[in-house]
Ligand binder design. Structure first.
Ligand code: BGC
Length: 396
């Protein structure tokens, strides 16, 4: 393998999953409402340990890192800006820079300030102004420290889980609201894209989109049609709404899904969906699927002809056996498509360390480094060294 000289690699995180004590957002509130729900608590205590974590990333050979800025820390109450938190994130971003890590920064990674959700969140178009205000605060305070802006993360995942199958807060089961939120997230991105460019004309701005590769389970017309329909709903639609407003294509990829009536209907039932996700909860990981990663890179390239940045790719695997293979196969397919002329510029693994995996809590282990949640000790897994070795020794 030969990766281009300026190829970026490293890992991704998100504020609520690693920082700890994000007490002002809707997820935190939702976690407290039921004893049975997994609580994020101090998570990885990354809020305090970020320097140590970036040292770790650097020691693993990374040259890029993705974080998210928690909106509810910066704007804990409507109209109120917390300058201490701005100072905090400036230090965090500076700490990345000091270690030679290019900064990828997400402005919205699933969590909302509670006040924003109470006003209706993204179900109301008139609420977009609040997100726009937050984007402006970020451009005013962080522009000099951000290399790559990611306005939003995986609108597709959020809409399905929070508004279609009622699994994430605010637990709605409403195709209509799902449609509205999806549309408003596309508008939110468009606006954010414009705001960032107005103040930083040469900023690199995109969003992180999870592309799912749907394949016909059987080679017949019905399954092919279903695969096309699902692909349209999950991939094309959002990209059609705002895909032209990106300076690069930010790709998250995890799995490939079979398309057939047999899989379609169970998928529409929340209970079955939950069951199918148990694999993740039990830490057995999703199916490894190199062909799927290749498919989605080709799809994004064909559609937009923009540089592709892989922003997430990972597997829950405490044993670390599957992860090593998973990374190796992914890097090989990235290498292949680069040789074929597709402009792929980064590989960020999900995640730097084990963290709070939303409704599943701390059980699924996605980290390049294992975290002992009692002592907060980080111990790199073998795959962390494999990634380092594969990238540093093949860096052109
Ligand atoms: C999300 C992350 C999540 C990861 C693994 C992605 O869809 O952006 O927040 O932890 O998948 O489930």
């Amino acid at each position: 393998m030969t990766f281009p000289k300026d190829f970026l690699w490293g890992s991704s995180t998100a504020a609520h999953q690693v920082e700890g004590n994000n007490t002002k957002n809707d997820w935190w509130r939702w976690e407290q409402l039921d004893d049975k729900r997994a609580k994020s608590g101090i998570a990885c205590d990354h809020y305090n340990l970020y320097e140590q974590d970036f040292d770790l990333a650097k020691s693993l050979g990374h040259n890029a890192h993705r974080i998210s800025i928690e909106w509810s820390r910066i704007v804990p109450e409507i109209g109120k800006i917390n300058m201490d938190e701005i100072e905090h994130y400036r230090k965090v971003l500076q700490a990345q820079k000091d270690r030679g890590l290019k900064t990828f920064v997400t402005l919205w990674h699933f969590t909302n300030p509670t006040w924003f959700l109470d006003l209706g969140g993204f179900t109301k178009k008139e609420n977009l102004k609040y997100f726009e205000d937050f984007v402006k605060i970020c451009t005013e305070n962080f522009a000099d420290l951000i290399d790559f802006w990611l306005t939003i993360n995986e609108p597709d995942t959020y809409v399905v889980k929070a508004y279609l199958i009622g699994m994430w807060p605010p637990q709605k089961v409403s195709p209509w609201q799902a449609f509205v939120v999806y549309t408003n997230l596309a508008l939110a991105h468009k606006q954010a894209y414009k705001i960032i460019h107005e103040s930083v004309p040469n900023a690199k701005v995109g969003f992180a989109y999870q592309l799912v590769s749907y394949y016909p389970f059987r080679n017949n017309i019905l399954d092919k049609t279903i695969a096309h329909a699902l692909s349209f709903l999950a991939n094309d639609w959002f990209l059609w709404m705002c895909g032209q407003y990106q300076d690069f294509f930010g790709l998250n990829y995890y799995f490939k899904n079979p398309a057939s009536l047999k899989y379609l209907f169970p998928k529409l039932s929340p209970a079955d969906l939950l069951r199918s996700l148990q694999g993740l909860g039990k830490d057995v990981g999703w199916g490894m699927d190199p062909a799927g990663l290749r498919d989605v890179m080709e799809y994004a390239w064909k559609k937009f002809k923009k540089p592709i940045y892989i922003l997430e790719h990972g597997i829950a695997d405490a044993s670390d056996n599957l992860r090593q293979k998973y990374i190796q196969v992914a890097l090989e397919s990235i290498d292949q498509v680069i040789q074929e002329g597709i402009d792929v510029r980064s590989y960020l693994h999900w995640s730097l360390m084990d963290n709070y995996e939303w409704q599943f809590g701390f059980e699924p282990r996605f980290g390049l480094a294992e975290v002992d949640f009692i002592t907060q000790k980080r111990t790199p897994r073998r795959s962390a060294y494999l990634l380092k070795e594969m990238l540093t020794s093949n860096h052109g």
